[in-house]
Ligand binder design. Structure first.
Ligand code: ADP
Ligand code: MG
Length: 266
């Protein structure tokens, strides 16, 4: 297992083979109100997983714990076998809510360069950094938007640029919080198709309420409602989703089959 000292932090037994994300008995509360309770979760390296669950279920909180933006009250969070703070350089993140002032004339190029901020120590950007911006935009299929004002883009284009910002540091784990929420269904589907390509080289953990087209792509689904349960995609049924979301779940999966799982989400 692991040993650790306060001075040098965790020493994983085998960091090469550690899962991308490992949560053990994680509990987190805001002002005494629990958002997550005894969460256990393993996300293997290289997999594309989707996090679903009702509003307020704790999905964004879980991502912030993985990022190290929040620390658990109890339990242990590991990213590639080490504490999130030690894995930060390997993480890319697109938050659920991105605040920007449309009057502030920031270009797509500037937005993606911001993803470099943690590594960039002032002065001019290097050629390698500029190339990384081009590469990230290219990976997201929006290289042609580079000089455009960010405020003029459509919802789908903005989301792609924000994911490019997360990709610019070439992360091994990409955490996406509802990237399909603010875009229409067709644009969301195209976005997920692009992410399927991105996932060939990285681990992706994505919160999304649009399971319909995502289920064809992801290998597992994590249901989060204070507690977390992990399912192979094939086990996520309409009934299960209805328990999570209520009757109006947007579900158009074509190969839906009945499968019983061994727990309730209430
Ligand atoms: P989800 O992303 O699944 O909608 P969140 O992780 O955002 O859920 O929220 C989980 C719970 O924690 C909710 O009850 C929410 O109101 C509460 N919460 C989230 N952020 C804060 C915060 N900054 N301060 C206090 N409570 C919060
Ligand atoms: Mg959220």
């Amino acid at each position: 297992m692991t040993s650790e000292t306060p001075e040098n932090g965790p020493v994983p037994a085998d960091p090469e083979h550690a899962p991308a994300v490992c949560l053990r008995d994680v509990t987190f509360s805001y002002d005494g109100r629990p958002a997550l309770l005894d969460v256990n979760l393993d996300i293997p390296t290289g997999e594309f997983s989707c996090v679903i669950g009702p509003n307020g279920g704790g999905k964004s909180t879980m991502l912030k714990l993985v990022l190290g933006l929040l620390r658990p009250d109890r339990g242990d969070v590991r990213v590639f076998g080490v504490r999130p703070a030690h894995a930060r350089a390997r993480l890319g993140y697109t938050p659920q809510h991105v605040h920007y002032d449309p009057r502030f004339p920031v270009s797509v190029n500037d937005v993606v360069l911001m993803g470099m901020a943690e590594r960039h120590w002032g002065g001019r950007y290097t050629r390698a950094e500029k190339e990384a911006v081009a590469e990230a935009l290219n990976e997201m299929g929006v290289a042609d938007l580079r000089r455009r004002p960010f405020s003029e883009l459509s919802g789908g284009q903005r989301q792609r640029v924000l994911i490019a910002r997360a990709l610019v540091s070439d992360p091994d784990l990409l955490l996406l919080d509802e990237p399909t929420a603010s875009v229409d269904l067709a644009a969301g589907k195209r976005l997920v198709q692009t992410l399927e390509t991105v996932a060939q080289r990285r681990t992706i953990l994505m919160v999304s309420h649009d399971p319909a087209f995502i289920y064809d792509i992801v290998s597992r689904v994590v249901c989060v409602n204070q507690r977390a349960h992990i399912h192979p995609t094939s086990e996520v049924t309409t009934d299960r989703l209805r328990e999570l979301y209520g009757a109006d779940v947007r579900l158009i999966r074509h190969d839906m089959r009945a499968a019983e799982t061994d727990h309730a989400h209430a």
